[in-house]
Unconditional design. Sequence first.
Length: 337
Amino acid sequence: MITGATEKQFQNNIERIVKEKEKESREWKKITLGVLASFLALGFSYFFYGFLSKVDGNYLLALLFFSLFSIVFLLSVILTEDQKILYVFVFIEALMASILFIVKANFVWSLAAFCVLFFFLSWSIFSGKKEEEAYLRVRFFRTGRAVMLKFVTGMSFFAAITYASVVLSGSVNLISKETLYSLMTPSFSFANRFYPGFSLDQTLRENIEIIVKREIEKDPNAALISEEGKRVAISSGVIKTENTFSEFLGMSLNSREKTSDILHSIISLKFSELFNQYGYGVYIVLVLIVFLVIRGIGPFFYWPILIFSFIVYELLRALGFFAILFEARSKEVIYMK
């Protein structure tokens, strides 16, 4: 026969077992988020390195893994109350994001990228937790914004430094012909409105001839010039312009090459000259420029990521992955079940 004391002891044992199971489940959920974020960081590293080095790289896949890594990282910061676990996984995530560059690109610069990323990811955790402590209620977007501002800044620095690391390793030029072509096409399309036929795909001489011909046609006295005179004027203007370009750049130009190829050669040569003159300071300036460009478009990334993360957050809450409880002083806390 079960006495009252025995029954109470039995209930206590059941409650203890249930609490231990819940604690074990919470630990596994925390570890799952950290491991998932680490693998996504590695996936981002793989495709981003491939994109920079032009070896099996796809910038769309790099962006996809960056977005997924951002979402899981943000959720892990908000859902995990134990900061020690967060900092351990941040170290692993930063290492996973850097490992390919450390192995295949310039070691010192890749190691610097790892340190910078680890610092900013750690700072994002600190900022997120500090934001949580400032309010009694869980404010997803306030906390998420505090986290994402530091996260995007860190990833921007990481992308800029690893880019310099890949260039320093000698595996790629400062900028590929394909990338330069993509960047310059809008400018040449705009120029084509004023100088019809002006194109990156034409030779430099053909483009110069288009400009010179257009300028001669603008002359009010052009109608008085014979066709032969126009041909002579155009030929003379083309040669003079080619010589002016060569003198200004301090290098001989083969005007019969495609304009895009000549522009690529000029940029590569001038960068090498600057590096020989100023050393690694040129790469530091390069890192800052690339960082400012990427960070400038950061808001176009982290606001959609915040919104999508909130949708996933509410979905996990509805599925019972976690619950929001009240502490004794009426402060909301997130409790993984």
